[in-house]
Design a protein around this ligand. Structure first.
Ligand code: NAD
Ligand code: TYD
Length: 366
C-alpha cells in the first residue's frame, strides 16, 4: 500500500537526501515537503525530484499548526518524517532562541496537528510520526567510555542538543499520553552532498578552494562518528517500515575520527585530486595550497567552541539486530564521493555561500 509522507525540513541537507532516496525506492508513494527555507534550506536541493508527479513542495513553517493540519488533510498523509530543525551548534551558542522556537515549539506544533487529525478525528488508525534526532542528546563521552546506546541517559550540553532532547521527550509523551504512533532515530554526524558549508567537512572543502584558513577548534582532538547521509536515509527507512512504535533507534556506522584527522584526510584527498586533474587548477586558481600539494598548510588552530563535547560515538547494535541495519557506504568511498560532488557542484555552493540564493528566496517567497 503506497504511503503519503509529509517530510518537514526536506529542503535541508539530510531531508533532501532522504526525499531523493525515498522516491527512488518507493516511486508510488507521495511526498510533500514542508520547509521554511531558512538560510540552511535550499529548494535547489530538491531539483532531482522536482518533476516527479508524486512530489510537491510547500513553503511554510512547522510552527504553523493550521498549515500542518491542512497539509495532512489535503495530502491524506499517513506518515510524518520530521527533519525540520535549527541544526548548527555554533549558531545555537550565539542565538539559541530560534532553536527553542523551531526544535521545541515547532515539533510540538506538528505533534498537535498529527494528534488532532490522526487520533482525535480518527482519520488514520495506522499512522507514523517519525522524529529525526541526534546522538548529541546523550552529551559527551570520555575516550574509553562505551558508545551511546538507547539506554544512555540524556545529558545534552549545547542549546542545540538541549532543544533536540526536549523535542525527543515531547514525541515520547505523545505516544504515552495520547497513543500517537511515534518512532525516533538518533543518528551520528552525517556527511555527503548538499551539506551546508558551515559544517566541518564542506567548510574544509570549500575553504581549500579559496585558499582560506581551515579553523580547528581547540586541540582538534574531539571525536565525531561520521555516517554517509544516504545511510542515514536507509536507517530511517528501516525504522519507519520495521521499527516498533514507541521505540528509539541509534543509527551510526562505527566510524570515529578526531577532527584534526578528518581535516588532514580531506587535505590529502584534495591534494591528490588536484594532482590527478590539471583542469582543477584552472577552475580554482585561488586554491594555491592544494595546487602545490599542501592544503594542510591552511590548518589554523582557533579558540575552542564553548562547552565543546569531546566525543560522540553510536552503538548501532539495536538497529542492526532488530532492523537488519548495515550501512552501505564505506568511509573511504563516501568521503571521495562527497569531495567529488563539491567539485562538480560549484554553482550550488557558491549560490548558497554568497547570499544570492537567499535573495532569490526573498524575491520568490517574500
Ligand atoms: P539542515 O540545517 O541542513 O536543514 C534543516 C531544514 O529545516 C532546512 O531546510 C530549513 O529550511 C528547515 N527548517 C528550519 N526551521 C524550520 C521551520 N521552523 N519550519 C520549517 N522548516 C524549517 O539540517 P540537517 O543537517 O539536514 O538536519 C536535519 C535533521 O537531522 C535535524 O532534525 C537534525 O537535528 C538531525 N540530525 C542532523 C545530523 C547532522 O549531522 N547534520 C545528525 C543527526 C541528526
Ligand atoms: P559540526 O560539523 O559543526 O558538527 P557538530 O558540532 O554537530 O558535531 O562540527 C564537527 C566537529 O568539528 C565539532 O567537534 C566542531 C569541529 N569544528 C571545527 O573544529 N572547526 C570548524 O570550523 C567547524 C565548523 C567545526
Amino acid at each position: 500500500m503506497p504511503k503519503s509522507l509529509l517530510v518537514t525540513g526536506g529542503a535541508g541537507f539530510i531531508g533532501a537526501n532522504f526525499v531523493h532516496y525515498w522516491l527512488g525506492q518507493y516511486p508510488e508513494d507521495k511526498v510533500v515537503v514542508l520547509d521554511a527555507l531558512t538560510y540552511a534550506g535550499n529548494i535547489a536541493n530538491l531539483d532531482p525530484v522536482k518533476d516527479n508527479r508524486n512530489f510537491s513542495f510547500v513553503h511554510g513553517n512547522i510552527c504553523d499548526q493550521d498549515l500542518a493540519e491542512k497539509l495532512l488533510r489535503e495530502h491524506d498523509a499517513d506518515t510524518i518524517v520530521h527533519f525540520a530543525a535549527e541544526s548548527h551548534v555554533d549558531r545555537s551558542i550565539t542565538g539559541p532562541d530560534a532553536f527553542i522556537e523551531t526544535n521545541i515549539i515547532g515539533t510540538h506544533s506538528l505533534l498537535k496537528a498529527a494528534k488532532k487529525l490522526w487520533i482525535d478525528e480518527g482519520l488514520k488508525p495506522e499512522h507514523r510520526f517519525h522524529h529525526v534526532s541526534t546522538d548529541e542528546v546523550y552529551g559527551t563521552l570520555e575516550a574509553d567510555d562505551p558508545a551511546f546506546n538507547e539506554s544512555t541517559p540524556y545529558a545534552p550540553n549545547s542549546p542545540y542538543s538541549a532543544s533536540k532532547a526536549a523535542s525527543d521527550h515531547l514525541v515520547r509523551a505523545y505516544l504515552h499520553t495520547y497513543g500517537l504512533q511515534v518512532s525516533t532515530s538518533n543518528c551520528s554526524n552525517n556527511y555527503g552532498p548538499y551539506h551546508f558549508p558551515e559544517k566541518l567537512i564542506p567548510l574544509v572543502i570549500t575553504n581549500i578552494l579559496f585558499n582560506k584558513a581551515l579553523p580547528i577548534y581547540g586541540d582538534g582532538k574531539q571525536i565525531r562518528d561520521w555516517l554517509y547521509v544516504e545511510d542515514h536515509a536507509r536507517g530511517i527507512e528501516l525504522v519507519i517500515n520495521k521499527g516498533i512504535v514507541g521505540e528509539c533507534y541509534n543509527i551510526g556506522g562505527i566510524n570515529e575520527w578526531t577532527n584534526i584527522d578528518i581535516v588532514q584526510l580531506v587535505c590529502k584527498l584534495m591534494n591528490d585530486t588536484f594532482a590527478e586533474d590539471s583542469e582543477l587548477a584552472k577552475r580554482f586558481p585561488e586554491a594555491q595550497a592544494a595546487i602545490s600539494g599542501d592544503a594542510a598548510s591552511l590548518i589554523t588552530y582557533v579558540k575552542d567552541r564553548p562547552g565543546h563535547d569531546r566525543r560522540y560515538a553510536i552503538d548501532p547494535t539495536k538497529a542492526e539486530g532488530e532492523l537488519g541495519y548495515v550501512p552501505a557506504e564505506s568511509f573511504e568511498t563516501g568521503i571521495k564521493k562527497t569531495l567529488q560532488w563539491y567539485l562538480d557542484n560549484e554553482e550550488w555552493w557558491s549560490k548558497v555561500m554568497d547570499g544570492s540564493y537567499q535573495d532569490w528566496v526573498e524575491s520568490q517567497y517574500g
